[in-house]
Ligand binder design. Structure first.
Ligand SMILES: [Zn+2]
Length: 321
């Protein structure tokens, strides 16, 4: 796989291992490769000196928080929102549903669920890539990372069996009622939608980062959306829509993680969304080390001691021992 085995190096201490790994990496250059995914923006190979800088940070860290965004899932085949040329906003004039529209308008809800229904089989089938798997190893096995905060709703960290994941914006894999505590797993909800919409064809379409696809009005109008079986309330995926707020207890849990960490590693996000940017602001206020790996600029670049403009898949697997 992508992880270089270094079994011959004794694990006397975390730092020893890390430094040994660092020397080992210099001895055996590995070639950068371009991803085959068409959703990864144009980028240059990661510079070796940049990876070495990050490696040195990792060598002295035992308690990092990793913050991830859509940029780490593009290599799994899911587009991000904002990347130049390949992101959703560059490909389509459609924008994600605003929370207030979802609440107010039945047609907005029909449109949302019809597209989500058609996109689900493909969206739910995406697999974690080398970056997700490496992060999982850094948390579960190497103990370098204490927790992962993700803006992604694709659950790829969960699929990679990563411990201590906080899904900041929720998960597309659950559906909740806005009126009561009813929750249904998204796969089960898909079966319900199929029963209610036997005529609806599922055809491969352009995918969006939240599992939405493009559809015409005609297809949307006839779509049947169930209400909550307990209270008849509105059902919504358990994700934070644009224009909605991250639940307070989740914000607090993340704040606590940042307080307890010894550094923040930001991966694959431009930090445009404030709920993510404020995590970096808090880390900066507390004088934590901040490192960012992202193709292109981010809102947090000025606060970071290390900024690597490269594809996460070219960098993160190299941080594993
Ligand atoms: Zn309900």
């Amino acid at each position: 796989m992508f992880v270089r085995p270094l079994k011959e190096i004794p694990c006397h201490s975390h730092v020893t291992l890390r430094v040994s790994h660092y020397m080992g990496r210099i001895a055996g250059r590995r070639h950068q490769h371009q991803s085959s995914s068409s959703y990864v923006p144009k980028h240059l190979p990661a510079k070796e000196e940049d990876i070495e800088k990050l490696d040195r940070l990792m060598a002295v860290s035992k308690n990092l928080v990793v913050l991830t965004g859509a940029g780490i899932s593009t290599e799994s085949g899911i587009p991000d929102y904002r990347s130049e040329g390949v992101g959703l906003y560059a490909r389509s004039t459609n924008r994600p549903v605003q929370y207030r529209d979802f609440l107010k308008s039945e047609s907005a809800r029909k449109r949302y669920w019809a597209r989500n229904y058609v996109g689900w089989p493909r969206f739910s089938s995406f697999e974690p890539n080398a970056t997700h798997l490496s992060i999982s190893k850094l948390v579960n096995e190497e103990g370098v990372v204490r927790s992962v905060v993700t803006q992604n709703v694709d659950s790829l960290h969960i699929k990679a069996k990563t411990k201590n994941v906080i899904e900041l914006h929720g998960s597309a894999f659950r559906v909740v009622c806005l009126g009561c505590t009813f929750t249904i797993e998204r796969h089960a909800f898909q079966n319900l939608l199929t029963q209610l919409n036997p005529e609806m064809q599922i055809v491969q379409q352009t995918m969006r980062p939240d599992g939405d696809v493009e559809m015409n009005q005609e297809q949307v109008e006839g779509f049947n959306v169930p209400s909550c079986p307990s209270c008849k309330g509105l059902l919504k995926p358990d994700i934070v829509f644009f224009g909605d707020n991250v639940p307070k207890d989740r914000v607090e849990a993340v704040r606590n993680e940042v307080k307890l960490c010894d550094g923040l590693l930001v991966l694959g996000t431009s930090l445009t969304v404030f709920s993510a940017y404020r995590i970096v602001l808090q880390a900066a206020e507390l004088h934590k080390s901040i490192a960012i790996v992202n193709i292109g600029e981010t809102r947090g670049d000025k606060l970071a001691s290390i900024k690597i403009s490269a594809k996460c898949g070219d960098v993160i697997p190299q941080l594993c021992r």
